[in-house]
Design a protein around this ligand. Structure first.
Ligand code: GAP
Length: 468
């Protein structure tokens, strides 16, 4: 599949590999499952962690103009009034009166009536669905409720009384914690514009139509940056961040052939954005949003200033000027990137095993930077003298990241397992090791093996991982 990479992998193949190998499990499975929830197994947890660490290293640690933040999931409910989410963060929803199935009206119009839903009001959608005599995709009835707005924020209550005064929301984006802490960060960090604040954390959305495995979730993680600038410089920084996002996607291993950018049309823009460009990925279910870049203007800081009564202006000492900064926002979803990385890394090729038998080799060609295991250490057989050296080698190499030690099954099957979970290197301890203290390193992608003295292994692995 690699050569030319014409077709993408089937989604079922990824779902099944993810479950079988411990990347992603269906949520609450022993209780019969909880629809549209997922848990990340040992390999998924490593992959997620590596992805978030890579993001933090690339966007925060390596830049002088960036700071980190870890804001709360529960924020004052007025935050979401100021941000516009109480009023604007809605999906249009319609119910079938007969079977009670619930749909997003815009999706129905686009997929079943094959017309654009861009710019349609709630009233327009109601009329179009009634007039088109659309049949319910589940039961075939033609009896629809009017379309109504459904707010995507999850609600909960602080304290024992469930009433309006104790109502709080689970944050639907991490961004707002950055805006409401903007003033404190400026005061405590002595930063000067332009600078940015980045945050990684959970967000929650009560999506009406979640699905496509972990593409659209109710609970997910975002990695977001708010970059504060002078208003007249917005185009320069928009371009800068578009390039940085593209560079990051390549850095974590994406190949360019299944990536493209797409600018939002005027009707499609979020309520806070003047310009948005999405990076889209060619998922098994088509080109879909992977992550995005928005010019949020001074919308959020201005609204928080208005709603909180706090002065959120910034004083530019060199120009002796006070203003509300404008914002460029690069945003990424962890699980969505993870799904795209799984699809992008997946490859199948004809191969021949150690006994000369042909088989289809499944390999995840992860960049070593994000691969769950950096290497696997394998004694050729489960003999005490080989096991002892192998365990010692594995212990020593763990300074470079997660190293798997595996002594079960035949060596061929162990190589296959490591290929399938994307481990870049397999280090094998064999009988020659006992004579001359050398081991073999097998490269996942080329399947080439070279012999290296144990004393050089640390340097060798570090060099290989760093050059990735
Ligand atoms: N602060 C801006 C913001 O939240 P968004 O386009 O709604 O913008 C940003 O979300 C990113 O978060 C998306 O590009 C996507 O990667 C991820 N994302 C959004 N909704 C999601 C969902 N329901 N499930 C998984 N990931 C989601």
């Amino acid at each position: 599949m690699e050569a030319g990479r014409a077709s993408t992998v089937r989604l079922e193949t990824i779902v099944s590999l993810a479950k079988r190998r411990g990347f992603v499990y269906p949520g609450s499975e022993i209780y019969g499952g909880l629809a549209n929830t997922w848990d990340f197994g040992p390999l998924g947890a490593e992959l997620k962690r590596n992805l978030k660490n890579a993001w933090w290293e690339f966007f925060i640690q390596r830049r002088e103009d960036m700071l980190g933040l870890d804001g709360g999931i529960l924020l004052h409910p007025r935050v979401w009034e100021a941000s516009g989410h109480v009023e604007e963060f809605n999906d249009p929803l319609v119910d079938c009166r007969r079977c009670k199935s619930r749909f997003r009206a815009d999706t129905l119009i686009e997929e079943k009536l094959e017309r654009s839903s861009e710019g349609l009001s709630i009233e327009d959608m109601t009329r179009i669905i009634q007039e088109s005599n659309l049949a319910c995709p589940v039961c075939g009835a033609r009896d629809w409720t009017p379309v109504r707005k459904f707010n995507l924020m999850f609600r909960t209550f602080i304290g024992p009384v469930e009433e309006q005064s104790t109502l709080v929301y689970l944050r639907p984006e991490t961004a707002q914690a950055i805006f409401i802490n903007f003033k404190q960060v400026v005061q405590t960090s002595r930063v000067k514009i332009p600078f940015g604040i980045g945050q990684v954390g959970k967000a929650f959305r009560n999506e009406i139509t979640p699905g496509n495995f972990i593409f659209r979730l109710l609970e997910f993680e975002q990695m977001e940056i708010e970059y504060f600038i002078r208003p007249e410089t917005w185009e320069e920084y928009f371009d800068h961040w578009l390039n940085e996002m593209a560079r990051f996607l390549r850095w974590i291993g994406f190949k360019p052939d299944r990536l493209r950018t797409r600018e939002h049309g005027p009707q499609e823009l979020s309520h806070y954005s003047k310009k948005t460009i999405d990076f889209e990925y060619l998922f098994p279910f088509g080109w879909k949003e992977l992550c995005g870049l928005a010019y949020r203007t001074d919308y959020d800081l201005r609204r928080h200033q208005e709603y909180s009564g706090e002065d959120l202006t910034y004083f530019d000492q060199e120009r002796n000027e006070r203003f509300i900064p404008h914002v460029i926002e690069p945003t990424m979803g962890v699980e969505r990137l993870l799904l795209a990385l799984l699809c992008d890394a997946y490859d199948e090729e004809p191969a021949v095993d150690v006994n000369g038998n042909p088989y289809t080799r499944v390999v995840l060609r992860f960049n070593p930077r994000i691969a769950p295991y950096k290497a696997a250490v394998l004694p050729l057989m489960r003999k005490p003298e080989l096991v002892e050296v192998a365990r010692e080698v594995a212990r020593e190499l763990r300074q470079h990241g997660r190293i798997e030690y595996d002594e079960t099954q035949s060596i061929g099957r162990r190589y296959r397992r490591q290929d399938e979970i994307g481990t870049p290197y397999c280090i094998t301890i064999d009988y020659q090791t006992l004579d001359d203290r050398t081991v073999t390193i097998r490269d996942r992608d080329t399947m080439q093996q070279v012999r290296v003295p144990i004393d050089r292994l640390n340097v060798e692995l570090a060099e290989r991982l760093q050059s990735a």
